[in-house]
Design a protein around this ligand. Structure first.
Ligand code: QAP
Ligand code: CO
Length: 223
């Protein structure tokens, strides 16, 4: 066995992110698009324009897209555009569904990530310009990534971390994390320096992942 697993049911078509009744409008920032009322129930933060919920779904870059290798720059301005980006990232992450999303994955090269590892999906966390200031122990977790759909593999990381970051308003916060939350923060922070969980695998396993993704995309394209 290779240690790299694949969940066929998770296969996802690139352009299939948008249901047929949802028209993406490319002219607007962050791919804002309108959903019908059915989309509203699932919307954590819908904005209304002329009584229509204005939802945002961001396009997630997929491995081996070279833009995933871009190093993110610190956030210096906490303006309305940043708030809109954060909201859109949460909507994209919850819709996927996922537990973490870094700005790099939606082709915004700022040091920003969102996560929610809670069962009830009611503990949203925003980390801006995060720094790990202490770490301890080690754990192995089977990770996945929205940018590497359908692929899961074991990765070793620190078990406990202390992170200093800013929140969505630019206020400093310190987070003590362990277990899944610690894994998720480390995984998302890797994205901000252009690193992916598949980089921890051997070149042989990584090549296997790349070929599995190509195969998935081929079968999705002809479906
Ligand atoms: C990173 O990953 C992570 O392959 C967040 O088809 C993962 O949210 C941190 C997802 C595991 C800690 C442990 C992956 C959704 C979501 C897929 C995700 C897929 C659909 C991944
Ligand atoms: Co990821």
């Amino acid at each position: 066995m290779t240690g790299v697993s694949e969940r066929k049911s998770r296969n996802r078509v690139d352009s299939g992110r948008f249901a047929s009744h949802i028209a993406p409008s490319a002219q607007l920032p962050y791919n804002f698009c309108r959903f019908d009322a059915g989309g509203l129930a699932a919307a954590p933060a819908a904005t209304f324009v002329r009584n229509l919920p204005l939802m945002s779904q961001l396009t997630i870059l997929e491995y081996p897209d070279p833009r995933l290798r871009t190093k993110a720059q610190p956030v210096v301005v906490f303006d309305a555009a940043l708030q809109a980006l954060i909201d859109a990232m949460f909507e994209t992450m919850y819709a996927a569904p996922g537990i973490g999303l870094a700005a790099t994955q939606v082709n915004v090269h700022k040091q920003l990530l969102v996560l929610d590892v809670s069962e009830e999906k009611n503990r949203p966390l925003v980390l801006v310009n995060p720094r790990i200031v202490a770490q301890d122990g080690s754990q192995t977790y089977q990770e996945g990534c929205l940018s590497v759909p359908g692929i899961y593999a074991d990765v070793d990381r620190a078990d406990r971390i202390t992170v200093e970051a800013l929140d969505r308003n630019g206020q400093p916060q310190q987070i003590e994390a362990e277990g899944l939350l610690a894994v998720c923060i480390q995984h998302e922070m890797d994205h901000l320096v252009g690193k992916l969980f598949v980089d921890y695998l051997s070149p042989l396993k990584r090549d296997l992942v790349r070929r599995k993704l190509e195969k998935q995309r081929r079968s999705a394209a002809q479906a």
